[in-house]
Design a protein. Sequence first.
Length: 252
Amino acid sequence: MSDRLRGLDAIGKTSGVSPANFAPELRAQMSLPSKVILNDLTLREGRQSEGTILTVEECVRIAVQLVGELNLQHLQMGNYAPRDPAYLKAVKKALDDQGLHPVIETMTSAHQNWPRFKKEQLFDSVDRIAEAGAGIVMCLALSNEMLRACASLRGEGQKPIKYLQQQEIGVAVEAVRKAKAHRMPIINVNFQDFLRADLDYTLEFSRAMVQEGVNYVKMDDFGGGVGIGSVLFGWMSHFSPYFLQEPISVCR
């Protein structure tokens, strides 16, 4: 049975197991802090798995089991489809009714995405998520390739890359301030396609978000992790002196 496979045996046979988890150059430098926070993605990433359809009742039951039985204190949900706010509210209410109060963060789609391709799409997501009483993970473009591709969707593909970079920082700052005005319990940003991003711009953007008071800066290799082993190790080696005191995580 594939669900019994673990570690190296699971690579290529079950979803979500990356060879990078076992790259020697990464494991040789692995050092966990004294406190580790487990952020469960079942109700976001799990619902995106091919062929997976969960009802509201099933999501509620999963959430109660994760928090009530497994004592997980950090859950992530999604805010992509029209039905998602109802799912989020149902899960939040069910947990509250049982006296369970984990941190719930809700990931937005990239604000440049369908159907509006504009920053107002992100701002509306902030309002909907705040109404449900949850925290937020804002997806933002980081690499030049993604910035230009997203700009093309809104008719700005020919703008200079420096303009697009500063525009993205401006949108992020505005969205974070909006979330803070809502007094959201947790405000995180998710930089997409970070392995192809300009390092100086990554540092500039990260510092801007830390200065705005976000809880975590998440680096997301959403593009598939080409050469992730050596590239990620080099990337973290470059940035570790800057982020020793800052909240940063790497997502894949």
